[in-house]
Design a protein around this ligand. Structure first.
Ligand SMILES: Cc1ncc(COP(=O)(O)O)c(C=O)c1O
Length: 406
C-alpha cells in the first residue's frame, strides 16, 4: 500500500538536500548521495497530495483564514498518538520550529542572555542563538551504556544570573535518545529551581523506532507546565519540511502573550495556505502512512548498523531509538577526523553532516540520514564500505598475524 522502496528523482526540484550538494559540500560527482539535512526521500501521505491538489485545481490562492482547524488537528493528533491533552488556545503558529525558537528568544530574553544546550545538539540551535545575539551555555552530555545522559550537576555549577532558557531536544538530535519521564522531570525541576524556561523541541516525537515511546515534557512534568514551551510540527514526521509551519505550545498565558506579540511584531500572524493545508491534512489523514513508515525506518537503521559494523572496523553507530539520523563515532577507526571526512566525501561521494557542527562532543562523529528508499541506502552503504576497504584488509591481515603468532 505504501511503496517506500520507490526512488523518486529529486535532483533539479529545488530540493535543498539534493540540489545544494555541490555548493555546500564541494562534491561535484553527478552521482553524489545526500545523507545530511533531515528530510526524507519518500512521498508524503496521499491525503496531503489530495488536499494540495484540491487547492491547486481551484487556483484561488488568497490569504489563509485561520478557523482554528489547524490547531485542532494538532491537538487531536497529540491526543491520539501521545495521549497528551493540549488546548488549541495554547498554540502559536510559527514559520517552522527554528524560527519559533528565534521568536521565543526575542520574546523572553535580552541580548547577552544565556541559553543552555546539551551538546552534541542540533546545529541550528547554535546558529539561532548566536544570530539573536544570545550566548550558548554548553552542558555537554555524557555517554553511558551507549546513550546520552544530561549532567545537571555540572550544569548547575556553571549557571549564571544571565542563564534564562534551556533548549531541550526531546527526543534528541543527534543520537536519537528518547528521554525517560524521570530525566525530563528532573530537568524541569532543575529549571524551576533556577528560574529557567524549558523549551522542549519535540519535532522528532513521532519518529519512534522499534517500539520506543515518546514522553512529552508536559506529560513528564505537569507540575512545571507553566515554564514549558513545547515545539511541535507535522513537517518532520510527514516529510513536509518545505511547508515551513510549526507550533509553539504553552499553557502559560502570559508567556504565550509575549510570544504572540513578538510574532505580530515580525508580521508573522498570517500563514502560508499551502503549508497549513499540507500539515493539517497530514495530521488528519497520515496515520496509516506513519505506521507503515516506522518499521521501514527501523529496518533501515538495523541495516545501517549491521553494515557499518561489518564494513568499517572501529566505527560505531549509537543505538538510535528515534529519528532517521544515524550518529556514528569513527574515532575507533584510528583515522583522523579529516581523513574520515575526506573518504566519505571523495571516495564514497556522500554528503554527511560533520560531527563538529553539533558542538562539543561531536568531533570524530558523522551524522548520516538514512530516510531513503532501501535501494539508495544499499548503494550508499556499499560506497561507504568501499571507502574504508583498506581498514578491513588491515584487520584481516592483523587477525591472520595474531592467529599465526598464537
Ligand atoms: C530538533 C530539530 N528541531 C527543528 C528542526 C527544523 O525545524 P523547522 O524546519 O520547522 O525549522 C529540526 C530539523 O532537522 C530538528 O532536528
Amino acid at each position: 500500500m505504501f511503496d517506500f522502496d520507490r526512488v523518486i528523482e529529486r535532483r533539479g526540484t529545488h530540493s535543498t538536500k539534493w540540489d545544494m550538494i555541490a555548493k555546500l559540500s564541494g562534491i561535484q560527482a553527478p552521482d553524489a548521495l545526500p545523507m545530511w539535512v533531515a528530510d526524507m526521500d519518500f512521498a508524503a501521505p496521499a491525503g496531503v497530495t489530495e488536499a494540495l491538489m484540491e487547492e491547486v485545481k481551484r487556483a484561488t490562492h488568497g490569504y489563509y483564514a485561520d478557523t482554528g482547524s489547524w490547531a485542532q488537528a494538532l491537538v487531536d493528533w497529540m491526543k491520539r498518538r501521545h495521549r497528551l491533552t493540549l488546548d488549541p488556545a495554547w498554540v502559536s503558529q510559527t514559520p517552522g520550529i527554528v524560527s519559533g525558537l528565534g521568536l521565543i528568544l526575542q520574546a523572553i530574553t535580552e541580548p547577552g542572555d544565556e541559553v543552555v544546550l546539551f551538546p552534541p545538539a542540533y546545529h541550528a540551535f547554535r546558529k539561532i542563538i548566536q544570530a539573536n545575539g544570545r550566548q550558548i551555555l554548553d552542558a555537554r552530555m555524557i555517554e553511558t551504556d551507549g546513550r546520552y545522559r544530561m549532567d545537571l550537576a555540572a550544569l548547575e555549577a556553571r549557571l549564571t544570573p544571565r542563564s534564562k532558557v534551556v533548549f531541550y531536544c526531546n527526543p534528541h538530535n543527534p543520537g536519537g535518545t528518547v528521554w525517560t519521564a524521570e530525566e525530563t522531570r528532573a530537568l524541569a525541576a532543575f529549571c524551576a529551581r533556577h528560574d529557567l524556561i524549558l523549551v522542549s523541541d519535540e519535532i522528532h516525537c513521532d519518529l519512534m523506532l522499534g517500539g520506543a515511546v515518546h514522553v512529552p515534557a508536559l506529560t513528564a512534568a505537569p507540575e512545571f507546565a507553566d515554564r514549558i514551551i513545547t515545539c511541535l510540527a507535522a513537517t518532520k514526521t510527514f516529510n513536509l519540511a518545505g511547508a515551513h509551519v510549526g507550533a509553539c505550545v504553552t499553557p502559560n498565558a502570559a508567556l504565550k502573550q509575549r510570544l504572540d506579540q513578538r510574532i505580530a511584531a515580525s508580521g508573522l500572524s498570517s500563514y502560508s495556505s499551502f503549508g497549513m493545508i499540507a500539515t493539517e491534512a497530514a495530521w488528519r489523514t497520515g496515520e496509516a502512512w506513519l505506521d507503515a513508515l516506522l518499521p521501514y525506518l527501523t529496518g533501515n537503521r538495523d541495516l545501517l548498523d549491521a553494515r557499518i559494523a561489518e564494513m568499517i572496523p572501529g566505527a560505531r553507530p549509537m543505538r538510535l531509538d528515534s529519528t532517521y539520523l544515524a550518529w556514528v563515532d569513527f574515532s575507533g577507526t584510528g583515522l583522523a577526523p579529516e581523513d574520515v571526512a575526506e573518504r566519505v566525501k571523495s571516495r564514497a561521494r556522500i554528503f554527511a553532516s560533520p560531527g563538529e557542527q553539533f558542538g562539543p562532543g561531536g568531533t570524530g562523529w558523522l551524522r548520516l540520514n538514512f530516510a531513503m528508499p532501501r535501494p539508495l541506502l544499499n548503494e550508499a552503504l556499499g560506497r561507504l564500505g568501499d571507502a574504508f576497504d583498506d581498514l578491513r584488509s588491515q584487520t584481516r591481515s592483523d587477525g591472520a598475524l595474531s592467529r599465526v603468532r598464537a
